[in-house]
Write a protein that binds this ligand. Structure first.
Ligand code: NAD
Ligand code: ZN
Length: 360
């Protein structure tokens, strides 16, 4: 088993990564100070596969779990679902010392984390991420929240889990498209922080695509280490945490204008990262060879690398980028790469240059 420590003072916690962790879930929870009563929050897709094992493991270890199941998909990240879950928690008499288990992808993690942050002014929670994206990204770092009609993640909190358990076995049942989309975040860590990781992914890609557990363990652990290090320096955003948004300025705008659902997040940021690499070449002199390596790795994963937008969609894209949370004073700012493994944030880029890149 690999363990990554997230160093945040009295809010520190461990991320454990191994196949078969769900079967020892109860024992792992018993090592952390938690009350007996707990609610497993999951969606129907994940619940039908893994809820029973999590439930039994908790019960065997002396906990007293209840199960709360929500619908799958982004729509569950809403105040309506949170409200329904609050009612369930109250009905089952969860109290201050009780805890929540978020079993699922980023949607369940964000929503159940927000539930934990706010129910009784905050109770403990444990993350059991079951998508690749959730294992390397959303379960680490403490951002929890839900969407409003006006936009994604507009209501939320910074609230750290007590423990994160990544059971690599769960990735076996993840749909192929979701798995490939998750790899876009894995590759991102190489580009923003670790040239060796990037080269390792280039080398390991066939094994990663076969979901080889050993290869997954090494790469997922490294991604979690990087996220933990970045978050450890800047827990609540505003500084170096911005580097995690490489490829996301254009990526978020693509998700936004194409109506959430057409592109998965990982697909949109694949396009966004390739565009950001080309911008990095134009603005910071990122070597052409590195741009080609970046584009090539996303192509090999089978992810899209171009927008192919007509002019009216292009206008909408710029409008969406200007509305993004990361924009201040109307100026679009980017995370750009100096070389693979080293990025800088807060880079202003003239709109003309962005147009040129999207034309290329
Ligand atoms: N908090 C953060 O820091 C952070 C970071 C990145 C993304 N996010 C959020 O994460 C969400 C996306 O998360 P996601 O990509 O994990 O999507 P998701 O949670 O919607 O899961 C994708 C699909 O896979 C299914 N699924 C999950 N695990 C499975 C498994 N092991 N086997 C079979 N099916 C499985 C789900 O039911 C769902 O249908 C977005 O809402 C995004 O805003 C949050
Ligand atoms: Zn992302």
């Amino acid at each position: 088993m690999r363990t990554v420590h997230v160093p945040l003072g009295n809010r520190s916690y461990d991320i454990k990564i191994a196949p078969g962790l769900i079967d020892r879930f109860g024992r792992e929870c018993a090592r952390v100070k938690l009350g007996a009563r707990c609610a497993i929050i999951t969606d129907t897709n994940v619940g039908k596969r893994y809820a029973k094992a999590v439930f039994n493991s908790l019960a065997t270890a002396g906990f007293s779990p209840v199960l709360v199941i929500v619908q799958p998909g982004e729509a569950a990240k809403s105040l309506k679902t949170v409200q329904a879950c609050y009612d369930q928690l109250a009905l089952h008499r969860l109290e201050r010392r009780s805890f929540i288990v978020a079993l699922g992808g980023g949607v369940v993690g964000d929503m159940a984390g927000f539930l934990a942050a706010t129910y009784l002014r905050g109770i403990a929670f444990v993350q059991v991420p079951t998508t690749l994206l959730a294992q390397v990204d959303s379960s680490v770092g403490g951002k929890v929240g839900v969407n409003l009609k006006a936009g994604k993640n507009l209501v939320g909190a910074f609230y750290q889990p007590k423990l994160v358990l990544c059971d690599l076995e769960t990735l076996k049942t993840l749909p192929d498209r979701e798995f490939r989309a998750g790899l876009a975040e894995v590759i991102k860590y190489g580009i923003i922080y670790d040239a060796r990781l990037f080269a390792q992914i280039e080398h390991d890609l066939p094994k990663l695509l076969r979901r080889d557990p050993k290869t997954l363990a090494v790469n997922i652990a490294r991604c979690c280490e990087i996220k933990a290090e970045v978050v450890g320096k800047d827990e609540t955003d505003g500084g170096p945490r911005a580097i995690l948004n490489f490829g996301h300025t254009i990526g978020h705008a693509i998700e936004n204008i194409s109506g959430y659902g057409k592109f998965l997040h990982g697909e949109a940021i694949s396009i966004g990262q390739v565009a950001a690499a080309k911008l990095s070449h134009a603005v910071l002199g990122l070597p052409e060879h590195d741009v080609a390596r970046i584009e090539n790795i996303f192509r090999r994963v089978g992810l899209p690398v171009q927008t192919g937008l007509n002019s009216s969609k292009r206008q909408k894209l710029f409008h969406a980028m200007r509305l993004d949370k990361k924009v201040s004073g109307g100026e679009i700012k980017f995370v750009l790469a100096e070389k693979i493994g080293k990025v800088v944030w807060n880079q202003r880029v003239p709109e003309g240059q962005i147009h040129q890149i999207l034309d290329s």
